[in-house]
Design a protein around this ligand. Structure first.
Ligand code: PLP
Length: 382
């Protein structure tokens, strides 16, 4: 049976150079980066080199980067860190959007329970936040604005620069979840109006369990984790040295060949959709958020009359790994909050499948997957 991995938005395979960097760092000895002896200093210098590399990739200073355990921690640290630090100054507003990842939305709901005033901006039918809505919601009492760069279910891009400019005018901290966008969109923090930015290594062919939070110098921030004085007292805990070294390698590779990566996944996505159209006709499916400017590696497709779990199970049996794009709880798919926020019909929401492309995928696989879907579609439709 073939094995086609179309779930790169969930996690990506590690690049072979990244595995090499990981193994090299992991086999270098038992150094804790806080120890003063030679092995500890060697571990510290690996972290310093990785931080320098990531700072170059992002256009920021190395001292502005905090290593975390992943995108979820970075999002939580950004929101709680910047919100708590400003509460005493009378800034109690949090502004976010309805299509954020749950790492942001659930953290915002938690802040609301702690007394912050939460505004959740709606989106249009393509999943876009309106700049006018954001401007109306942000004022001098806003502590944090959190808007993602590109959505993990549909790929829809958000006007983070315009919203960030407005947040800056009101001295609110601007947080951007760039977990899916990094490696596909250019990110230059030296010019972008962003104060906090979340990244995750395993979305860019790095290891799982390592992330990064950028905190612009001067941004009000309180740590989420307390303990040792690692990461300039912004995140206590022994650093994941091998993971961090591998993350830096993955980021370096992703940024160096960003145009090539975009072209690669765009070609596959377009071939996949055109083959589907040829085989089952354009009325048999809809690509959600197709009219929006989108990340190139995601195609969120609803097949008329076929429930997501049926399509996914049949795809899995045929060796294709895709996802429902929505949370899987106790074995059943919950309707996607992103597609619901876009105002899509319950039928479209219930039949959505997220295909996400990346390293190692080929156009031949795209054609093969379209054929597999055509067979499943013909069977399930009857
Ligand atoms: C947009 C976005 N933010 C945050 C996360 C969470 O990242 P992690 O899996 O590293 O905790 C994800 C992961 O799916 C994501 O897609």
């Amino acid at each position: 049976m073939s094995s086609i991995y179309y779930d790169h938005a969930a996690t990506t395979p590690m690049h072979e150079d990244v595995i090499r960097a990981y193994v090299e760092a992991a086999s270098a000895g038992p150094g804790n980066a806080s120890s003063l002896h030679a092995l500890g200093r060697a571990a510290r210098s690996r972290i310093t080199a990785a931080r320098d590399t990531l700072a170059r990739c992002l256009g920021c200073e190395a001292s502005e980067l905090v290593f975390t355990s992943g995108g979820t921690e970075s999002d939580n640290a950004a929101l709680f860190g910047a919100a708590w630090a400003q509460r005493d100054k009378g800034r109690t507003g949090i502004v976010t959007s309805a299509i954020e990842h749950h790492a942001v939305l659930h953290a915002c709901r938690q802040l609301e329970k702690q007394g912050f005033k939460l505004t959740v901006l709606p989106v249009d039918g393509q999943g876009r936040v309106s700049i006018a809505d954001a401007k109306a919601a942000i004022d001098d009492t806003t502590a944090v604005v959190s808007i993602m760069a590109g959505n993990n279910e549909t790929g829809t891009l958000q006007p983070v620069a315009e919203i960030g400019e407005w947040a800056r005018l009101h001295k609110a901290a601007m947080h951007v979840d760039a977990v899916q966008a990094f490696g596909y969109l250019p990110i230059d923090l030296s010019v972008m109006p962003i104060d906090l930015l979340s990244l995750s290594a395993h979305k860019i062919n790095g290891p799982q369990g390592v992330g990064l939070l950028y905190v612009r110098k001067g941004t009000p921030y309180q740590p989420l984790l307390h303990g040792g004085s690692q990461e300039r007292k912004r995140r206590a805990g022994t650093e994941n040295v091998a993971g961090i070294a591998a993350f830096a390698k993955a980021a370096e590779l992703a940024v160096a060949d960003r145009d090539g990566r975009v072209r690669h996944v765009e070609t596959i996505r377009d071939r996949f959709v055109s083959e589907l159209t040829r085989l089952i006709g354009k009325d048999a499916f809809v690509v959600n958020a197709e009219a929006a400017a989108r990340l190139p590696h995601i195609a969120n497709v609803s097949f008329a009359g076929i429930r997501s779990e049926n399509m996914l199970m049949n795809l899995d049996l045929s060796g294709v790994s895709a996802s429902g794009g929505s949370a899987c709880t106790s074995g059943s798919l919950q309707p996607s909050h992103v597609l619901q926020a876009m105002g899509l019909s319950p039928e479209i929401v219930a039949s959505a499948v997220r295909f996400s492309f990346g390293l190692g995928n080929t156009s031949e696989e795209a054609e093969k997957t379209a054929q597999i879907i055509a067979t499943i579609w013909a069977r399930l439709r009857n």
